[in-house]
Design a protein around this ligand. Structure first.
Ligand code: HEM
Length: 466
């Protein structure tokens, strides 16, 4: 039996390198061992990683037969998302929840958020003072979180929504550093660091956020204090919470408040963190390379004075810029883990039943055979060649493929188009910016500072009429 190769370093060293610098560690392993390798990340935990498109296709498209995607393997998400999150549930329950959540994040329902995305972007960007630098990530995070609050609750501007927004931002900032990841492998480190680290407040913040989410579910603003939004359904509301509250399982039972809370927080967090990082990278590259910005502005101008969201969504160069952003810095470095159900042979290696395997999105997107000069930001790649769903897979694939894929792409394009149309930005941060671990996903290693050089006049010709 030939198992995939693994580094010769001790388990402790492997854990430390994985926690602190997963991307350079994956690069090193791929260089040494090729398309498939193992890491020893616990006493009995040996995980397999692959960047081979055929192997990725096999593990993602044979879900439920030779491979499964059990929610138990995602238990790292449980402390924040709970046991009833789409990410932590499995099988039939998982399928049912996905079917429920798909419609509001796709098609006409999704497009109805166009105007909201435009208004929120406009408000947040116009709030930045002329000539004064601002943190790009803060701006994109504010936009995407407010958009998700609106999609999930149907409101983003109430004091309760503002407080939830602040608490979620604080929790993620405090708990997402590589150091905090290292604590999960080295609890002793936690005992030394945590008393002085903002993460010590995370549980209190989470408790407060939970209370506010339950208040929103029960709608304490109602005239009848005990009246739940679900008992007084408002047919005019199309937000995700209203939809989930109206849903029943096959026995006619509605979702419990705890189930609702878990699903809501999952969508709020998974739906804004990733997109905020991706939009920040895109704005960074657009302003780092003036020829890309001018190409985009020309394309937007040709879309006419008042292009609607569908026109923007289909602009080829804007699409290529978004794809190249998600290729060069895939926010999710890995697919969720898959479990081998029956012994298989992949890439010439034998995998026993029970083996846990990840598709490395990060490594796949850096394969020189697919993407020559992979470190170069070159949107033209996506105009010159069509990549398969297992060569370019920023949103994963198979039964756990990102449920927000369409929403994220729609939002990215509208936010970028709106910002380019309304302000002329300058990149203040000089020097290299590179991706680092941010919790279970990736983010920028430093704060990217931008400033507003000028505001474009209302009649500049690139106004968006979404
Ligand atoms: C640029 C933005 C985003 C990226 C790069 C991204 C990436 C991913 C990836 C790689 C997966 C795992 C897929 C797999 O294992 O096959 C995933 C799952 C998921 N994403 Fe996203 N995502 C983004 C935006 C969003 C948005 C906007 C939402 C919600 C509106 C969302 C909600 C979810 C959920 C709930 C799952 C779990 C799906 C399941 O377990 O069935 N994501 N995402």
């Amino acid at each position: 039996m030939q198992l995939p190769p693994k580094p010769s370093a001790s388990m402790r060293i492997q854990q430390l390198r994985w926690a602190l610098s997963p991307m350079s560690y994956m690069d090193e392993c791929a260089q040494k061992h090729g398309d498939m390798f193992r890491l020893q990340l616990g006493k009995d935990i040996s995980l397999v990683f692959t960047s081979n498109p055929d192997a990725i296709q096999t593990i993602l498209t044979n879900d439920t037969k030779d491979f499964s995607a059990p929610g138990e393997l995602n238990n790292a998400f449980e402390p924040l998302f709970g046991k009833h999150s789409l990410i932590t549930i499995s099988g039939k329950e998982h399928q049912r929840q996905r079917q429920l959540l798909m419609p509001p994040l796709h098609g006409e329902r999704m497009r109805s958020y166009g105007e909201i995305i435009e208004n929120i972007t406009s408000k947040v960007i116009q709030n930045q003072q002329l000539g004064k630098s601002f943190s790009l990530r803060n701006v994109t995070q504010t936009i995407t979180l407010q958009v998700m609050m609106q999609a999930v609750f149907g409101l983003f501007d109430s004091p309760r929504a503002r407080r939830i927004e602040k608490l979620l931002g604080d929790i993620l900032d405090a708990t997402s550093s590589p150091l905090m990841m290292a604590v999960t492998y080295f609890p002793i480190l936690g005992r030394i660091i945590t008393p002085f680290h903002p993460a010590r407040h995370a549980l209190d913040w989470q408790q407060e956020a939970d209370n506010l989410l339950y208040e929103e579910i029960r709608d304490k603003r109602s005239l009848m204090p005990e009246a739940y939004r679900r008992q007084n359904p408002d047919a005019s509301r199309s937000d995700i919470l209203s939809l989930l509250m109206a849903a029943e399982d096959e026995y006619g039972n509605p979702m419990t408040d705890v189930e609702l809370r878990d699903e809501l927080i999952t969508l709020l967090v998974a739906g804004h963190e990733t997109t905020a990082t991706a939009i920040a990278w895109a704005i960074y590259y657009i302003h780092k390379y003036p020829h890309i910005k001018s190409h985009l502005l020309t394309e937007l101008a040709t879309a006419g004075d008042n292009p609607d969201s569908n026109v923007i969504f289909k602009l080829p160069y804007l699409n290529a810029v978004c794809n190249e952003t998600l290729r060069i810095h895939p926010v999710a470095m890995l697919t969720f883990p898959r479990k081998v159900e029956v012994p298989v042979s992949l890439c010439g290696y034998d995998l026993e039943a029970g083996t846990v395997i990840y598709g490395s999105i990060y490594l796949s997107h850096r394969r020189p055979d697919l993407y020559p000069n992979p470190d170069e930001f070159k949107p033209e790649r996506f105009l010159e060649k069509q990549f398969s769903s297992f060569e370019f897979l920023p949103f994963g694939g198979g039964v756990r493929r990102c449920i927000g894929l369409a929403f994220a792409q729609f939002e990215m394009k509208l936010v970028l188009a709106k910002i380019l149309a309304s302000v002329d930005l300058e990149l203040v941060t000089k020097g290299k910016v590179f991706p680092v671990r941010r919790g279970l996903v990736s983010g920028q290693n430093r704060t990217i500072q931008m400033l507003v050089k000028s505001r474009n006049s209302i009649n500049s010709g690139i106004l968006l009429g979404v």
